[in-house]
Design a protein around this ligand. Structure first.
Ligand code: PMP
Length: 370
């Protein structure tokens, strides 16, 4: 399909942040990619425009009923400075999986990928320098139709924008402290748990704030029915090493199908280690800790890749785990970041290169065959 992406360059490029100011998700690049959906017409009008506020009608149904989905992925420089996106196709496929759950029209994967590529090519100079930094890519789809009835909207906006980022946690690579949440729940069977949608994050805030007040960085969610089995952490999937078995909760409809989770499972299996996707109860974790066989606990996610968990907090006790990052967590982080930054071969085909945008050089308003 030949889809023209209109490109309108900014006339006032912003000052780029220095590496020490980066943080996570605080700065945005000069451009964004937009595309509109109208029922009867489908998706159209793919364009790269200067980054900035979009006009939203106060009656837009996303603001009221939360018909919105998003993704989070990253682009990295290779040693020659070329930009490559990590698992682009898998993230866009998950966007469409979320779309189906929320009755949002699926995006054409090919066109969305071209939009991401065009945007990255235009804002390539925003790629930060320094270990652990990258360009975070945030695709977002939300219902723009001004209508107050509760039904799937008929107008949507797809917006993709970029943020130069450092690591996610203020603790850096130090182990995080996680509160095991036995009161609030994130997602119930048959609910929205597998979708990357605002409601899941809104539902997590109360518990996260309470955990923070107790000195914990994130919450470990338990299943909604029995409060017995572990599910996932705030914005990460969870792995535990008990003896020589590495365990992660199965994808049974209440947790996010993490792309980093999948990368980790692929590597662990490739290395011939013993991995299980199975239910694991808090009781089993407490017993393993008491027996001294809870070797490692770590979270996996795009933002921090691998985050060692140093402590699990409960109302009546806290379990200290290991002493810094364990060997499996460290090996995984090294292996994944080596692939991401092109220091190791891309043996699983996880990276999509971004070609320089020769056709869009020059002035504003150039149409590009993306
Ligand atoms: N669970 C939740 C709830 C998340 O928000 C994230 C971050 N996207 C993850 C898990 C990890 O997913 P991924 O590895 O795809 O970033």
């Amino acid at each position: 399909m030949s889809t023209l992406i209109d490109i309108q360059r900014t006339r006032s490029p912003k000052q780029r942040p220095s590496p020490s100011e980066l943080g996570f998700g605080k700065h945005f690049t000069d451009h964004m990619f937009l595309m509109d959906f109208e029922r009867g017409r489908g998706w159209s009008g793919g364009r790269v425009v200067p980054y900035g506020p979009v006009q939203v009608d106060p009656a837009a149904s996303a603001l009221h009923y939360g018909q919105t989905i998003f993704e989070g992925l990253k682009a990295f420089p290779d040693p020659a400075g070329r930009i490559r996106v990590f698992r682009l196709g898998d993230h866009l496929a998950r966007l469409n999986q979320s779309a189906r759950t929320l009755c949002i029209p699926e995006v054409d994967l090919e066109v969305a990928a071209r939009g991401v590529r065009a945007l990255l090519a235009i804002d390539a100079a925003w790629m930060p320098e320094g270990e652990g930094t990258s360009l975070y890519i945030r695709p977002l789809v939300f219902a723009t139709e001004p209508f107050l009835g509760v039904r799937p909207a008929e107008h949507f906006l797809l917006c993709v924008f970029l943020s130069p980022v450092a690591g996610y946690y203020s603790t850096g690579a130090a182990p995080v402290r996680i509160w095991v949440e036995e009161r609030y729940t994130r997602a119930a069977p048959g609910g929205l748990g597998t979708a990357k949608t605002g409601a899941n994050y809104a539902a997590s805030l109360r518990a996260a704030e309470d955990a923070k007040a107790r000195g914990y960085e994130q919450v470990l969610w338990l299943d909604a029915l029995e409060h017995k089995h572990v599910e996932e952490v705030g914005t990460m999937n969870l792995f535990l090493r008990i003896g020589e078995e590495i365990v992660t909760p199965p994808l049974e409809g209440t947790l996010l199908r993490g792309i980093t989770r999948d990368s980790v499972l692929t590597l662990l299996r490739h290395w011939g280690l013993k991995v299980s996707e199975r239910r694991i109860s808090i009781e089993e974790i407490r017993t393993a800790h008491a027996r001294g066989v809870l070797q490692e606990v770590f979270g996996t996610g795009t933002a921090a890749v691998i985050s060692p968990v140093g402590e699990l907090g409960f109302a009546d006790t806290s379990l200290k785990i290991g002493d810094g990052a364990g060997p499996v967590a460290s090996r995984l982080k090294q292996a994944i970041t080596d692939i991401q930054y092109g220091r190791a071969p891309d043996r699983f085909g996880w990276l999509s290169p971004i070609e320089a945008l020769a056709t869009a050089e020059g002035t504003a308003g150039v149409a590009m065959r993306a």
